[in-house]
Design a protein around this ligand. Structure first.
Ligand SMILES: [Fe+2]
Ligand SMILES: [Fe+2]
Length: 433
């Protein structure tokens, strides 16, 4: 028989094991959830949210150390998944102290501590009480940032909280370093593709800026359709590179001022296939694997009369169908050496005539809803400094189809408001500013 004292010991041990068990479960959950997130912004928000919840605190902030600028920075939530950066010198305030010394600070009452900077409270109307601040180390034991948890509910932070946070911070630091690495990879692929695209746009002086505008129109269309971020990223790369195959077309054909002979037109028609060949040599990660296919199908038509493969309907990737529409829209609405842009209502007559044969009706429907202001911003990108922002904002209130409908009306049957918005639109469309 176990004595009373032994029983007490046993209960204590069981309690302790249960506590340890809970702690491990929490850590496992955090590890799983953090490893799944590769994008730095989203990861930081996830960490801040989960840690505040686990420690039963009001707020958690992760400050990251920017070695080059000797600053600490963090993201402030601005609506869902949108962040605004805040930065300050790496030796300022409590977070700065921890970043410099590596000390763990557990402060029950912030206002009693001389290192606390009450300015931010004053500005935001927030009232800081307890603070737990801890350095974040990478595997090489360098400080990469600081965890700061505010206002524990029901009393100050305990030693248990400190231990738990120390364990979480190891997991978080690894996840953050992975995300930073990923971020750098994304940025370098991004700048590589941007440069490639800009090179192409520079060479093709007749259609100057075409790839860039096609990309922006495609993204506007994507927003109108509410597609997800991953698809948008594929669309962006495909848009930037859709005509990269033109690099292989001789200048004598590409820049010919006269009408092309049938043979020359056959040469031009090779470019989407060359785009596919070039892009399939770039190693795209799994999430981006459709980029070459989307880019290479921008001259396919819904009814199967396009090129290079004569794909039909659903055989054409949806992204290819989107770029097909905006590619034609840009060709008709950009100036060439010997002509100005076509009147918008004429452009739209052509689009409507080709809907269902060349263009996917879903793309056309969505395009109609793009704000007129966004279209102008893309079309006249090079002259953005000359925009009157109030006018552009006003044009953001109207979908492009409304402008087209007003243009189609006889001038005498337009309302004064209609005439006014049309005048604003035309001012930019005809570069009368
Ligand atoms: Fe093309
Ligand atoms: Fe194009």
């Amino acid at each position: 028989m176990a004595s009373q004292g032994e029983k007490g010991e046993l209960h204590k041990k069981i309690d302790q094991l249960e506590k340890e068990n809970r702690r491990l479960r929490v850590l496992l959950d955090v590890a799983n959830s953090l490893q799944a997130e590769l994008e730095l912004d989203k990861l930081l928000f996830k960490i801040m949210e989960e840690v505040a919840e686990i420690l039963d605190a009001d707020r958690c902030t992760v400050f990251l150390y920017d070695k080059e600028r000797n600053e600490l920075w963090s993201l402030v939530a601005m609506g869902l998944q949108k962040g605004e950066e805040i930065r300050f010198p790496a030796d300022k305030g409590i977070a700065g102290h921890v970043a410099q010394t590596g000390e763990i600070l557990n402060i029950p009452d912030a206002y009693q501590d001389p290192r606390f900077n009450p300015e931010i409270d004053k500005k935001t109307g927030y009232r800081t009480r307890s603070i737990l601040t801890m350095p974040l180390y990478n595997k090489m034991h360098e400080i990469i940032g600081v965890f700061q948890i505010l206002n524990k509910r029901n009393g100050p932070f305990t030693k248990d909280d400190e231990n738990l946070l120390a364990a979480i911070s190891q997991i978080a630091a690894t996840a953050i370093e992975n995300a930073q690495l990923y971020d750098e990879q994304v940025k370098s692929l991004d700048s590589f593709i941007e440069t490639l695209s800009a090179t192409l746009d520079t060479r093709d002086y007749i259609t100057a800026g075409h790839s860039r505008r096609v990309t922006e129109y495609t993204l506007a269309l994507a927003d109108a359709m509410g597609v997800d971020e991953e698809f948008k990223r594929q669309l962006r790369y495909a848009g930037l590179l859709h005509d990269i195959g033109k690099l292989k077309i001789p200048e004598s054909v590409l820049f010919k001022a006269d009408k092309l002979t049938p043979e020359e037109f056959e040469i031009i028609k090779l470019h989407p296939q060359v785009t596919r060949e070039i892009l399939s040599k770039i190693h795209f990660q799994r999430k981006l694997k459709d980029v070459p296919e989307i880019a290479a199908t921008h001259h396919e038509r819904l009814d199967g009369t396009g090129y290079p493969e004569g794909l039909k309907g659903e055989e054409i990737p949806f992204g290819g169908r989107m770029i097909c529409l905006v590619d034609v829209f840009d060709a008709l609405t950009s100036e060439r050496q010997y002509r100005d842009r076509a009147p918008l209502e004429k452009v739209w007559d052509i689009v409507e005539k080709e809907t269902g044969t060349t263009f996917d009706p879903r793309c056309v429907e969505a395009f109609k809803t793009i704000p007129a202001g966004r279209i102008i911003e893309i079309m006249e990108h090079q002259r953005q400094e000359d925009f009157n922002q109030a006018e552009i904002e006003r044009l953001y209130q109207v979908p492009i189809i409304d402008i087209i409908e007003i243009k189609r009306k006889a001038p005498e049957s337009r309302t004064p408001q209609e005439s006014e918005i049309l005048e604003t639109f035309d001012k930019y469309y005809w570069r009368d500013y």
